[in-house]
Design a protein around this ligand. Sequence first.
Ligand SMILES: Cc1cc2nc3c(=O)[nH]c(=O)nc-3n(C[C@H](O)[C@H](O)[C@H](O)COP(=O)(O)OP(=O)(O)OC[C@H]3O[C@@H](n4cnc5c(N)ncnc54)[C@H](O)[C@@H]3O)c2cc1C
Length: 253
Amino acid sequence: MNSTGPGSSGTTRSPGVRERILGLFTLRGTVTEAEPVADRMRRLRLAGPELAGLTVLPGQQIRVHVDGLTTRRTYSVWSHDPEGSLDLCVYDHGGSGPGAAWGRSVRVGDDVRFGKPEGGFVLRPGAPHHVVIGEETASVALGAVLAAVPDASGVHGVVQTATAAGRLPLAHAERLHWQVRGDASAAGSLELADAVRGLELPDPARTPGAVAYVAGEARTVQMVRGVLVRERGWDRRSVLTKPFWTPGRRGLE
Ligand SMILES: Cc1cc2nc3c(=O)[nH]c(=O)nc-3n(C[C@H](O)[C@H](O)[C@H](O)COP(=O)(O)OP(=O)(O)OC[C@H]3O[C@@H](n4cnc5c(N)ncnc54)[C@H](O)[C@@H]3O)c2cc1C
């Protein structure tokens, strides 16, 4: 509908005006593919001319206007084609939050507004060892990082999912420890922290430059960082962390 059409008011912003304002600050893509990629996880391809030539560092995220307007949720870029598309993987946590609802309902042909790729939870190129730790939502960013890790580098880590069918196809998958948590909560996950205690890791004193990437539920991330730093002797600066969600909080970014 046109903003200058009959019934438009001088004070209330019409859909056309809102769309133009949004266009100044966001990119627009169209959903060209939408398919289940794992249990409760949907892969969405956003494509369009505004995505051509976009720079995305492995691990970066975009903020999506999940209601088409002001409500935003953040999603890691799973993969990216500089010709003009990027893929997200959205986890359905089963609640009624706007992010999960968008991930369930968005269809091929829908237009999506989002911000430019951002964030510092990214691959440290040239690190001799990469350690990745997290659950389903984290596995998207961890997967983007792993896809850029050369075969000659050390790869270690634990990826936790509710079910084995919830696993994303990650590069170097055979070098990771995969944990199934079943009905246990992913929040404050003692199981994940314990798995990190048992991981075979490079000795931090002998392998300068090794890096750990820890993401997912905020309390779990904190616990895992504690295990790496206090129990496994890792330098704080070598452990990159990113809380993605936590019970009782809406849209952490
Ligand atoms: C940097 C960053 C990257 C992210 N990348 C991804 C990604 O690649 N894929 C992805 O699916 N999500 C990702 N997220 C999480 C995403 O932004 C949303 O938080 C998520 O989709 C839930 O949104 P919501 O609106 O449904 O719930 P919110 O309004 O955000 O949260 C409401 C409540 O829902 C519950 N909840 C939210 N998430 C979960 C969960 N995973 N498991 C169980 N309960 C939950 C909690 O109780 C929470 O308090 C990322 C977040 C950040 C900050």
